[in-house]
Write a protein that binds this ligand. Structure first.
Ligand code: IMP
Ligand code: MG
Length: 188
């Protein structure tokens, strides 16, 4: 795996610092939304929806920095079947969690590229009438969006290069590489 890596774009230290900051911002926003509610009323109000598979590493780090009661509702999609590096449209691979009505929902993904994935999931979540919906992504490629999607929490803006690591894959591999990196051309 290591020999396929070309260059590290974002080190594990920078990722860890940024995840701390995002968790702090998210906690403040939840605190504001929950202000005035009793402990009892707050219960079950916060649902994070990690988009599988790319968000697993990010969401695992993020939730351990959120000192609040929350639940997870996973959703699986695929947008890059096999060795493709271009979004070929989004296919839902699982149903959305139910009972999001009245909840504070945060959809978490690895990267905002064309925006197709988050646009679709957000629209489906909206149909259930949650109290709020926010989007959280580790990475964003500015200028790439083909549909308008605003993320509320963004880890890093990166150049339009194909990256792997910290959950992001190429053909299913490299998700376990701990930093965000580009791949050597021989590996693609
Ligand atoms: P979008 O629907 O085009 O915004 O793409 C989102 C999905 O495409 C992400 O959840 C990733 O799984 C995948 N993706 C986009 N850019 C990259 C990349 O540079 N490396 C790995 N996966 C990517
Ligand atoms: Mg993916």
């Amino acid at each position: 795996m290591i020999r396929d890596i070309e260059k590290i774009l974002i080190s594990r230290e920078r990722i860890a610092e940024r995840v701390d900051e995002i968790a702090a911002a998210m906690s403040r926003d939840f605190a504001r939304e929950m202000a005035g509610l009793s402990e009892r009323e707050q219960e079950g109000q916060i649902v994070l929806i990690p988009v599988l598979t790319g968000s697993i590493v990010f969401v695992a780090d993020l939730i351990r920095r959120l000192p609040i009661k929350l639940s997870l509702g996973l959703v699986a999609v695929s947008s890059y079947p096999g060795k493709s590096m271009e979004s070929k449209g989004v296919i839902m691979r699982s149903e959305l969690p139910k009972n999001l009505a009245g909840k504070h929902v945060v959809i978490v993904d690895d990267i905002l590229d064309s925006g197709q994935t988050l646009h679709l999931i957000k629209r489906l979540v909206e149909e259930q009438r949650p109290a709020s919906i926010r989007l959280c992504v580790l990475l964003r490629k500015p200028g790439k969006a083909t549909v308008k999607v605003d993320a509320d929490y963004v880890g890093f803006d990166i150049p339009d290069e194909f990256v792997v690591g910290y959950g992001l894959d190429y053909d299913g591999f490299y998700r376990n590489y701990p930093e965000v990196a580009t791949l050597r051309s021989e590996a693609r």
